[in-house]
Structure formats: C-alpha cells, structure tokens
Design a protein. Structure first.
Ligand code: G6P
Length: 368
C-alpha cells in the first residue's frame, strides 16, 4: 500500500487536490443521495433523540473541526456541546451526566491526549464515539462506535483532507441528530443533503483560486505576523488558517473571532501585518466588513476570502480578494477551508520550507 506523490511536488499539495474525491467517498457512507436523507450504515449504540449533551475533544486541526461542529450540533440539533482541547479536557474533571455522548476526532486515532480523554469519559459512563481515519487505531478500538472518514492515508504532517472529511462527517451527524430530535424537518434535511451533494463540485471550483493565492505567497513570505479573522463557523477556520500557516511557513499567525478584534489584536495593526478575513456573504458579512474598515483605517492590509457576492460588495482599496463560489451557508466552512490551506501551502512552498515534514512537528503525537 505505497502512496506516492504522483505529479505533485509535496504530499500536502496532492492531499489538498484529493479533497473532492475523498469527501465524496466519505459522504457516500453517511448520505443516501437518491432519497435525500442522511443515514449511518452501522448500528448506533445510542439514540440522538435522548442525548442531553455532546462532549467533543480533539487536538490540533481535529480540534478546529470540532469547534465548527459545535455550531452545527447546537443550531441544527439543539444539543448543547462542550468542546475542549483534549490536553485540557483530560485533566479538568468535568462532571458528566447519564446520556451524554463523548465524541472524539482524530485522524490517526493514536493521539495520547485524545485517548486519555476517551478513557476518562468511559469511566464517567458516557457513550463513546470517534471520528477516525484509521479504523484499526487505538481510539477506534476503544470506542463503542466509529464514524470513519475515508480520506485515505494522509502523509503531510499538516492535516488537510482529513480535516474536510471530518467536517463532512460531523455535518452529516448534526443533520442526523436534528432529524432524530425533530429540530429539522424532512424538507430541511433534503436541502442540507442537496448542499452536501454539491460539495465536491464547489471544492473543485475553490481549487481554481490557486493562481491568485500563489501570487500572494511572495508578499506573505516577507511578513512576520498574520492575523486571521472570522465569525460564526468561520471563526474556527480563522484559527485553523493561522495554525496551518505557522506549522509549515513558520510565520507567526493568530486566529481571532472578528468581534474580538477591538479587544486586543487591533493594537497590533499597521502596514506590516496582513489580516486575512474569512467572510462569505452571509448574515454576518456586514459586521465583518466593519471590522475590515477598522483595519483599513490603521493602514492594515486585507486579504479577503469571500464569495462572488461578497467580492462585488467589497469596496476596500488596499485589499486582495480570493473569490470562492457562492455556496449554502451550512457548507461554507468546508469549502472555505480550501483557500485557507492553499494560502499556507503556497507561502511555505515559496519560502522553500520542508512542507510535508515541518521542523519540530510530528504527524501523530503519541506522548503527552
Ligand atoms: C499533530 C498533527 C496535526 C493533527 C494533530 C492531531 O499535531 O501535526 O496535523 O491535527 O496532531 O492529530 P490526530 O491524528 O489526533 O488528528
């Protein structure tokens, strides 16, 4: 089972481009496209309808997938969700009640802190489920049920295709939970399934922004700090974008909720620190535009990742726009993950770092 880079320069580049196929493959496991419904092929050892809480924990990029999922489960299924990095969760002695679902997200299924959190939750009598890419892993073995991502082997240390597959599974589960709890109707389920069915197409379109993004790499490679901003489900994407950039280009980056700009990071803004704003033209767009104006007024340089209608509305002079297709709000964080990955990839590639094996990092962290 030897994986090679094919015509790509790095595994990371290859894995970015595999996303339309692996997402489609993963979704086929959870979605009956012909009937417009979500379903799980295995047997669920718990009932979404009677859950009183979901406790999510994970590390690194998988953690950010969980933060996006918190918004989805709360909105679509009205289940309260706790989300924590596993290294904190395992020690914080959280009181847990009956009928809670503990859900773990891990590409490798071997991350030590995530496994320790799983064992804590098991002791606390929770239902144990995991979203893993390696079905024979320890986390998978110790779970009551596994929700596989079918991303194939991921070689690049910085996770890309595993992340968007995790998001795809999490969204399918949130829809399933919403149906079981009666918080979304059959018609709404059909609309969500239609959005899911279009994901591979939208992601292919997103990949076409590669030239615009590669052109920015030259500029980004010269800066010391980058700030990423987003609201709603784009807030975790801002954190993921910052993580990717620092992991592979070694440029310091921070992801912030756009509304928190005034509570600190705005003090740092000047012409030397670009601000990447992730903002499709959704119900938050105007609020985020006002954050961009605050940045522009301080000579900050903006890189706006938006959709076609958001791009038409953007009147800021000193900004570069990366244009994504216009997509249903619910799947935007999956589509918008692509430009965020590509921005980090092309910057690191331009700088000549070891993209697939960045210094000091490991693909799987099996020690504390
Ligand atoms: C390491 C990897 C990341 C990954 C994280 C969690 O930090 O470099 O890419 O997101 O571990 O790994 P897991 O296998 O649990 O998803």
């Amino acid at each position: 089972n030897i994986v090679d880079k094919g015509n790509y320069k790095h595994f990371m580049e290859k894995e970015i481009h595999e996303q339309p196929e692996v997402i489609q493959h993963t979704l086929a496991h959870y979605v009956d496209f012909a009937n417009g419904t979500v379903r799980f092929k295995g047997k669920l050892p718990f009932d979404f309808a009677s859950l009183n809480r979901i406790s999510l924990s994970a590390c690194g990029t998988a953690y950010y997938a969980g933060v996006v999922a918190k918004y989805w489960f709360e909105k679509l299924a009205r289940i309260p969700v706790d989300m924590d990095v596993a290294s904190e969760f395992r020690y914080r002695e959280m009181p847990m009640q009956e009928n809670g679902l503990a859900l773990f997200i891990s590409q490798s299924g071997e991350t030590a802190d995530t496994l320790a959190s799983l064992r804590y939750c098991k002791q606390e009598g929770q239902h144990i489920a995991s979203i893993v890419n390696v079905p024979e892993s320890t986390i998978a073995r110790e779970s009551d049920v596994i929700f596989p991502t079918l991303a194939g082997a991921e070689i690049g240390v910085a996770s890309t295709k595993a992340f968007t597959c995790q998001l795809s599974v999490l969204l399918a589960l949130a829809i399933m939970a919403g149906r079981a709890r009666g918080t979304i109707s059959a018609g709404e389920e059909q609309a969500y399934v239609k959005a899911l069915s279009e994901l591979p197409k939208f992601i292919r379109q997103a990949l076409k922004a590669d030239n615009t993004i590669a052109d920015l790499a030259h500029e980004l490679s010269k800066v010391k700090h980058v700030l990423y901003l987003g609201r709603g489900t784009n807030f975790p994407l801002a954190m993921e974008g910052a993580l990717k950039l620092k992991e592979i280009s070694y440029i310091h980056a921070e992801g912030y909720a756009a509304g928190e700009l005034k509570h600190g990071p705005i003090a740092l803004i000047d012409e030397t620190m670009p601000v990447v704003v992730i903002a499709p033209d959704d119900s938050y767009y105007d609020k985020t535009v006002s954050n961009m104006q605050e940045v522009a007024a301080r000579d900050g340089r903006i890189i706006l990742i938006t959709d076609e209608s958001g791009a038409k509305k953007n009147a800021l002079e000193d900004s570069t726009t990366i244009v994504m297709p216009t997509v249903p709000d619910v799947i935007a964080p999956i589509v918008f993950a692509l430009p965020v990955q590509m921005l980090a990839y092309y910057t690191a590639n331009f700088m000549g770092t070891d993209v697939d094996q960045p210094r000091n990092l490991a693909k799987s962290v099996t020690v504390e």
